[in-house]
Design a protein around this ligand. Structure first.
Ligand code: ADP
Length: 256
């Protein structure tokens, strides 16, 4: 299906809020079939990068390609899991309805869901371990359950490229493990997953590709070559105390 191996290409992307650049001249080439972390300090522009790629924010400059074609022509290949906190969880609706919203691309807003659509929805809920909550109001969910609802909604979209904004934020260890397993399954199916991630400790375990961002792109590539002490210092500006607890990680100048 792809003419080249890149699921995502970002060229010369610059985003500014009120004339203040928050992303500056970003270039990214992300091969298909990787799980990539986007890491960087608070305010580095991680969420802005995802929103700009998805056309939710108008960039000052730049171009985004999904499998070699402009994003606008490839929307149907893209799934999005927004930050859990960005949603009003008091809205009166059920888990099943929220997950089914992922099908609206196929359904249109007017059509009623068929038994087939319900089956797809329940399959996704099963996959994320909350099929028993299908009829529950979303206001009655824990943080981990909310995150699983979002993942199920992304699954029914059956996308090729997924963008997830902090899917591990505020979830318990069991949910974190379940999400990691799900991401690995998606990768095995050849999907590409791009994740805004906060926990530097788990980058080498969970991801095979990483982008280090702080307004500018500091580095992007395979974790083993890119997630280096030098790049982390450049991204976080000096003190990254966790480095001491990562003896297996390469230090600058060290041979592999
Ligand atoms: P991150 O996800 O890395 O924490 P963000 O992309 O959320 O960073 O934000 C990048 C910068 O843009 C921050 O300085 C933030 O304050 C600013 N910012 C984010 N959203 C807006 C907005 N709607 N209007 C103005 N500034 C914003």
């Amino acid at each position: 299906m792809a003419e080249n191996d890149y699921a995502l290409e970002v060229n010369d992307l610059t985003v500014a809020y009120e004339h203040e650049p928050v992303l500056w001249d970003i270039d990214l080439d992300v091969p298909s079939g990787v799980i990539m972390a986007i890491v960087g300090p608070n305010g580095a522009g991680k969420t802005t990068l995802i929103k700009a790629i998805l056309g939710l924010i108008e960039p000052a400059a730049g171009q985004v390609l999904i499998f070699d074609q402009p994003y606008n022509e490839q929307r149907h290949l893209v799934g999005y899991v927004p930050q859990r906190r960005s949603v009003d969880w008091d809205f009166p609706t059920t888990v099943e309805d929220v997950v089914m919203m992922g099908l609206y691309g196929q359904l249109g807003w007017i059509k009623r869901p068929t038994r087939h659509h319900r089956a797809i929805t329940h399959e996704a809920l099963e996959k994320v371990g909350i099929v028993n909550l299908a009829d529950r109001q979303i206001s009655q969910l824990s943080g981990g359950q909310q995150q699983r609802v979002f993942l199920a909604r992304a699954l029914v979209q059956d996308a090729q490229v997924y963008f997830m904004d902090e899917p591990f934020q505020g979830v318990d260890a069991t949910t974190e493990r379940a999400i990691v397993t799900l991401l690995q399954e998606l990768r095995q199916q050849g999907k590409t997953i791009i994740v805004v991630h906060h926990d530097l400790q788990t980058v080498t375990e969970y991801f095979d590709w990483v982008t280090l961002l702080n307004v500018r792109k500091i580095a992007s590539g395979p974790v083993e070559w890119t997630f280096t002490a030098e790049n982390l210092r450049e991204t976080y500006g000096g003190r990254v105390s966790f480095l001491k607890s990562q003896p297996e990680m390469m230090q600058p100048g060290q041979e592999q």
